[in-house]
Design a protein around this ligand. Structure first.
Ligand SMILES: N[C@@H](CCC(=O)N[C@@H](CS)C(=O)NCC(=O)O)C(=O)O
Ligand SMILES: [Zn+2]
Ligand SMILES: [Zn+2]
Length: 190
């Protein structure tokens, strides 16, 4: 059964590994001209598939592929005036191109365990060597967007066959980091 999930996951297994010495590269939006460009000064961390409704996905994809990178390694290098924040009330302020809708980077401005990291989609770059997706998160969230519940077993099996363990929030190491941050910040407020 063909089960398209995302071009980076569908196109041949196992996933091509990233280059540990990769120096970074440039992300470009989908506009034909006057593309928004974001230059990343290093490789990404915690790259993963995300099934949530808020992350940008290419046409036809069920999952987004999204990673984090320190804010200091992110620079908008062309056509910044085309960017707008998709949802000002979200923790992650997703800066998208007004014309093509592609999310160029997401930034957290409020107190949050991941503040200091930006969220980016490496598929917007032609450069090779980006860290490959490490796991699939928010998998059950695809149902909230109308995905057929009968296909969930096949979706999880396909993700696992690509080497991506599936979680309904994030992978344990990230959940631990969030919980430890919550404990630390609540104690400091006592
Ligand atoms: N089930 C919800 C989950 C949304 C969600 O919590 N997304 C995660 C992963 S990207 C998040 O950290 N969101 C924060 C935000 O969007 O600001 C949905 O699909 O909309
Ligand atoms: Zn665009
Ligand atoms: Zn998401």
């Amino acid at each position: 059964m063909a089960l398209p999930l995302h071009p980076l996951i569908d196109g041949g297994l196992p996933l091509e590994k990233g280059d540990p010495n990769f120096p970074g590269g440039t992300l470009r939006c989908h506009c034909a001209g006057h593309k928004v460009e974001v230059t990343l000064g290093g490789n990404v961390l915690h790259n993963h598939a995300c099934g949530c409704s808020k992350c940008w996905k290419p046409a036809g994809a069920v999952f987004a592929v999204i990673a984090v990178i320190p804010v200091g390694q992110v620079a908008v290098t062309a056509n910044e005036d085309k960017l707008h924040v998709v949802d000002e009330s979200a923790a992650i302020q997703r800066h998208a191109c007004r014309e093509c809708g592609v999310h160029m980077y997401g930034r957290i401005e409020k107190d949050h365990p991941f503040k200091g990291f930006d969220f980016v989609h490496v598929e917007l770059s032609d450069d090779k060597g980006w860290q490959e997706p490490q796991f699939a998160g928010f998998v059950s969230s695809i149902l909230e967007q109308g995905y057929d519940p009968a296909k969930m077993g096949a979706v999880r099996a396909k993700l696992r066959s690509a080497g991506l363990e599936t979680y309904d929030v994030l992978a344990p190491a990230l959940m631990d980091a969030i919980a430890a941050w919550t404990a630390e910040t609540s104690q400091s407020r006592l």
